[in-house]
Design a protein around this ligand. Structure first.
Ligand SMILES: [Fe+2]
Ligand SMILES: [Fe+2]
Length: 273
């Protein structure tokens, strides 16, 4: 199985790939191309898919509604299916919630593209842990195990006409069962990457072999980043590949602590599992 990062906040120095504040990743295996998230803009997703020679996508998991994960959907919704079968999308109904960032008194829309009519998609709604193939699961039943991963207050969702703190009920993660253990792919990990990993390990009663994706440590206090590192040491995954919203401080600390085990994600990064 090969995992390729299509869109990240950084791009490989020697590549001609684009970077943006966004995330998209491709899992290639069992003759299937399965994508997690679509980056923020169709321009970047289309360019990077072309440059990487990716012409077909069987399925797409939307990790949550934020536009840095869903905005690139226009690049694939009508064109990337295989043998006349439209690309299948998996998302939680909460993806369509009106999401905002409220900073310095200013409200900015950061939700799912409003011009997409989801009725036109080949779509399966996911609202609980769901097996989607022999070895792949979509996972969302995340408990607050860690106690140190609060969701930032500035992230809001419109509910009953009121802007409320977003609890990310729409957040979905991909879990791949391998002979070596569980591989967990997160989008932004708004519910906390340690909470997600512990919940996955407990649910499947197996060890975490790989952690790949965003960890939303970019605006976290140093103490939380250090506690996250300590939790990773206990979980002891063999592969740690973080990027997107992980942030510079956390990337540096993970690299320092985990050395070769740690792979900072960037557009074009590849991992074999
Ligand atoms: Fe997000
Ligand atoms: Fe994000």
């Amino acid at each position: 199985m090969k995992i390729r990062c299509i869109v990240d906040n950084r791009a490989g120095l020697k590549s001609n790939l684009y970077a943006e504040h966004g995330f998209s990743l491709l899992v290639e295996g069992n003759d299937q191309n399965f994508m997690v998230d679509t980056g923020q803009t169709p321009l970047v997703l289309e360019h990077n898919l072309d440059s990487m020679g990716i012409t077909a996508v069987d399925g797409v998991l939307m990790s949550h509604g934020h536009n840095d994960h869903t905005g690139g959907i226009f690049a694939i919704k009508d064109t990337m299916g295989i043998n006349g079968v439209k690309t299948k999308f998996y998302m939680h109904p909460g993806v369509l919630g009106q999401k905002f960032a409220l900073l310095d008194g200013k409200q900015r829309y950061i939700g799912f593209p409003t011009s997409i009519d989801v009725e036109t998609l080949n779509l399966e709604w996911i609202s609980e842990n769901t097996r989607i193939s022999d070895d792949m699961w979509i996972f969302n039943q995340v408990e607050d195990h860690s106690g140190f991963e609060p969701i930032p207050e500035y992230l809001k969702v419109m509910e009953n006409g009121k802007c409320s703190p977003d609890k990310f009920k729409d957040e979905l993660n991909l879990v791949i069962k391998t002979e070596k253990g569980l591989v967990v792919i997160s989008g932004c990990a708004h519910k906390g990457i340690v909470n997600i990993l512990n919940s996955v390990s407990e649910y499947f009663q197996d060890d975490i072999y790989g952690v790949i994706g965003g960890s939303h440590l970019m605006d976290a206090p140093r103490e939380r980043i250090q506690k996250t590192v300590e939790s990773f040491k206990k979980l002891n995954p063999e592969i740690i590949a973080l990027g997107h919203c992980t942030g510079f401080d956390a990337l540096c600390l993970f690299k320092k602590e985990f050395g070769e085990k740690f792979i900072p994600l960037e557009s074009g990064a590849e991992l074999s599992i």
